[in-house]
Design a protein. Structure first.
Length: 190
C-alpha cells in the first residue's frame, strides 16, 4: 500500500539520522574503532571526554530514530522515487528546522522544485532562524542540478552576499530572497 508523504518523510528522516550515526561512529579514533586483542599491537591514547561526547551524540540520534520509528504505521510500506520527492517537497515547504535535514530534502529534488519549496518555506515558516552556519549559497547550490554559481546569482538578485547566513537575514532580506528564488525557478522552467 502506498505511504503518505508524512510517513515517507519519517522513513527518509530515519535514513538521514542513520547516516549521521555512521558519521559519529566514523569520528571514533581509529585505535578505539578497531580495538581488539589481535590488533592492539601499539598503545592507543583514549580521551574519555571525547568518547563521552560521542556517546551522548549517539544516544541523542538513536533516541530520535526510535521516536520517529515509533510513529510509523504497523504495516509494510511502498516507497518510490516520486513519493520520496513529494515528501521532501512537502517537508521543505512546511519548514525544516534542522539545517542538515533541509539540505538533505533539497538534494532529493530537482532544483526548480526545491527552489519553489524553499521560497514557500522562507515566506511561511521561521525554520531559517535555526539555520546557523547555513549560507544562501550552501542552500541554493544543494538541490539536484543546482550549482554554486546559480546560488550566487540568486543571492545577487536578492541583494545579498552569497555567504550570508540564512539565520541572520532580516525579514526584508528573507522576502527578497524568496522572490529571487521563485523568479529563478520560474524563469528556468520556460
Amino acid at each position: 500500500m502506498p505511504a503518505t508523504d508524512q510517513t515517507v518523510w519519517k522513513v527518509a528522516t530515519i535514513a538521514f539520522l542513520a547516516r549521521q550515526t555512521i558519521t559519529v561512529l566514523d569520528g571514533l579514533p581509529a585505535g578505539v574503532r578497531e580495538i581488539d586483542a589481535d590488533t592492539l599491537d601499539e598503545p592507543v591514547e583514549v580521551d574519555p571526554a571525547r568518547l563521552h561526547d560521542l556517546a551522548d551524540r549517539l544516544v541523542d540520534l538513536t533516541g530520535q530514530i526510535e521516536m520517529t520509528a515509533s510513529a510509523l504505521p504497523g504495516r509494510r510500506l511502498m516507497i518510490d522515487r516520486a513519493r520520496l520527492c513529494s515528501a521532501a517537497d512537502l517537508a521543505l515547504r512546511q519548514g525544516i528546522a534542522v539545517p542538515e535535514q533541509a539540505l538533505f530534502a533539497a538534494r532529493l529534488l530537482p532544483y526548480r522544485d526545491a527552489y519553489r519549496a524553499i521560497a514557500h518555506a522562507l515566506r511561511t515558516s521561521d525554520a531559517r532562524r535555526s539555520w546557523d552556519d547555513l549560507t544562501v549559497t550552501d542552500l541554493l547550490s544543494n538541490p539536484a542540478g543546482a550549482t554554486v554559481e546559480l546560488g550566487r546569482i540568486v543571492a545577487a538578485l536578492a541583494g545579498l552576499d552569497p555567504t550570508t547566513e540564512l539565520s541572520r537575514c532580516s525579514d526584508a532580506q528573507t522576502s527578497a530572497l524568496a522572490e529571487a528564488i521563485e523568479a529563478t525557478a520560474d524563469r528556468d522552467r520556460r
